[in-house]
Write a protein that binds this ligand. Structure first.
Ligand code: NAG
Ligand code: NAG
Ligand code: NAG
Ligand code: NAG
Length: 371
């Protein structure tokens, strides 16, 4: 009896989530292909319009449903980065969920972050997830992006240099990434590594309707993408981004080299030491280390069990723009004239002894600017 009840309960939760998910992705599916930035912001209303954005980029990070902690870590990694050149949205791409645990925990993530896309596919290597990803996007996204990226969950992408590298490139018929084999410097020989490659929107749409792609979905997925484009005589514009993209030093022969300042992507980050090395090398946390907020943050951390920091840039109307996952906060000290980096700290307090680990007890916010 009890078993049936909880089954019913989880089924209705699932139905509700599917509804939320459908609403999220279908509201504007009948709109014309191109929607101005301010309307995008209105639809999404998480991130205010950025009038400086020259183009839009969707980054889909392929990961598996059970990798909850990896997703939380990556939310921080991308939440603290920003670029005014482009609107960059980061989403996690999963195939079908299985089991009550995945349904419950991923449901929490969707409710809180709205950055999970669940595709109709199964999580096996080489069984078509990449094809499902690209071919589903035009149908599920509320608007088109200029570029769509497929990325791994063991890669560190630096959003500002990534956006800068795309800015001057064609918006059509573009295939961009790290060309395989390792020594190749010719973007036509032969395909882009799955660490992170970018396609322009027209190629995403082409994959969705191409018989060539649909008939050739099983096998090494990144190589297949190159084959589809070759067979379809597509992607006249190709851009090989070596040496700015690479595998972490010492992990993959000639695909690896030392960390360099002009980096866009470092791949094969499997160990925490490697992430620490990368974060330090690229000064990702340096802004906080040198700030005078550290004392109060330390005190807060002693009281609070979790802290989330969003790096922001000053916005136009007294709003500051947070990272991809932050939401917007009114920041009274944001003005047009004030161009220094501004941090909005939002932290949720978890009461000691609370029985539910997810019971978010108190939400505090504060802002501080650094010159
Ligand atoms: C999901 O994929 C399966 C197998 O490819 C297919 O039979 C089914 O119709 C798909 N479901 C939806 C909702 O698209
Ligand atoms: C994924 O789940 C949906 C809904 O439960 C189901 O209809 C579909 O067949 C599944 N697809 C695959 C490929 O397993
Ligand atoms: C699909 O591929 C198979 C085997 O590679 C081939 O025999 C068939 O003609 C292809 N179909 C289409 C529509 O391209
Ligand atoms: C990190 O900061 C140091 C000290 O300011 C600087 O010398 C170095 O170039 C920075 N590294 C990168 C990759 O920007």
């Amino acid at each position: 009896m009890l078993g049936r009840q909880s089954l019913l309960a989880s089924l209705s939760l699932l139905a509700m989530l599917l509804l939320v998910f459908l609403i999220l992705f279908s509201t504007h599916s009948n709109s014309p292909l191109r929607i101005p930035n301010d309307e995008i912001a209105a639809i999404n209303n998480l991130v205010p319009a950025d009038s400086h954005a020259r183009f839009t980029l969707l980054i889909g990070i392929f990961t598996r449903p059970e990798k909850y902690e990896r997703r939380h870590f990556l939310r921080l990694i991308y939440g603290v980065q920003s670029t005014s050149l482009a609107r960059v949205d980061v989403k996690f791409i999963l195939c079908n969920l299985s089991g009550e645990e995945q349904r419950a925990f991923v449901a929490l993530e969707i409710l809180r972050f709205r950055d999970v896309v669940i595709l109709n596919c199964t999580e096996n290597m080489n069984s078509g997830k990449t094809h499902t990803y690209f071919s589903s996007l035009p149908g599920i996204l509320p608007f088109r992006y200029d570029y769509v990226m497929k990325a791994d969950d063991d890669v560190f992408l630096r959003l500002a240099p990534l956006a800068a590298s795309l800015e001057g490139l064609p918006r059509r018929d573009l295939y961009y990434g790290f060309v395989i084999p390792c020594p190749s410097m010719n973007p036509f020989v032969s395909y882009m590594s799955g660490m992170g490659f970018v396609l322009s929107w027209d190629l995403v749409e082409w994959i969705g309707r191409s018989r060539i792609a649909a008939n050739n979905t099983y096998g090494p997925e990144d190589k297949l993408v190159g084959q589809w484009l070759d067979m379809g005589k597509k992607a006249k514009n190709r851009f090989n981004n070596k040496p700015a993209m690479y595998d972490y030093p010492g992990t993959n022969g000639r695909c690896s080299h030392e960390l360099i300042p002009e980096t866009i992507a470092v791949h094969r980050l499997k160990k925490w030491e490697q992430w620490v090395h990368v974060l330090k090398f690229f000064n990702v946390t340096a802004g906080l280390e040198h700030s005078n907020i550290i004392g109060s943050l330390n005190r807060s951390l002693a009281l609070n069990e979790c802290a989330v920091m969003f790096e922001t840039e000053t916005g136009d109307g007294g709003q500051c723009r947070s990272g991809a996952h932050g939401g917007s906060l009114p920041c009274t000290s944001c003005t047009r004239r004030h161009t220094s980096v501004l941090y909005c700290l939002v932290y949720t307090r978890r009461q000691r002894g609370a029985r539910e680990p997810t019971q978010l007890h108190q939400k505090l916010s504060m802002t501080r600017s650094f010159v």
